[in-house]
Design a protein around this ligand. Sequence first.
Ligand code: ADP
Ligand code: ADP
Length: 228
Amino acid sequence: MLAIRNLGKTYANGVHALNDVTLDIPRGMFGLLGPNGAGKSSLMRTLATLQEADSGSATLEGANGEIIDVLRDKDAVRRRLGYLPQDFGVYPKVSAEDMLTHFAVLKGLIDRKQRREVVDGLLQQVNLWDVRKRKLGTYSGGMRQRFGVAQALLGNPRLVIVDEPTAGLDPEERNRFLNLLAEIGENVAVILSTHIVEDVTDLCPTMAIMNKGQVLLTGKPSDAIAAL
Ligand code: ADP
Ligand code: ADP
């Protein structure tokens, strides 16, 4: 669904964050595992069209088989992308329901009835229905992350990128969150970027390991971890 070829990125300070990165990312959950500084966020930001690569290409397959040039057709990518960044902020004084409704308007969901259905459906899907009226500032880390998923799912993305989502979650919230990602992964491509081995081995059928800007290996978690 997503083909990444020979991506390169060197920052102004001389750090080679991406070094000839080539990956094929299928539908479902894909784990991107690597230590801090490996280049995961640089890759995720590049795919989310938030920063430029120096070289290489990436193409995304749309719902009707159309091929989208990720590095050039930024608007087309953004319409098909859900991105949950590493440290995403929330407006503490707004309720989850109002915030999601606001984002739905920004996404072009103009029709009130349709918007209501989408927002309600997402709040239920991420299990925040009962607390939808509460202000986001009162949410726990796990609730916040699940709100982030609802936000990322607005507009029916083909690709969802989740960057280091389980940091700071307690075990129960972590499980709940990872199960939610697995559910989403049944319909779309989900890239789960993390430095936690178990996040990947627990639920990603395929994975890649990155270090120092390079992809070390890709495959099934059992094979990949054994090869290390
Ligand atoms: P560039 O212009 O090099 O492509 P950005 O515009 O994303 O990169 O970042 C601007 C500057 O912010 C960088 O040159 C760097 O000095 C600093 N910076 C931001 N994040 C980091 C980081 N994680 N490590 C080191 N420097 C950083
Ligand atoms: P990860 O997400 O795996 O921790 P990053 O992509 O954040 O890795 O970082 C890869 C390398 O690039 C690190 O050495 C980091 O300090 C550096 N880096 C990240 N962002 C910037 C930036 N904007 N400017 C300069 N260096 C950066």
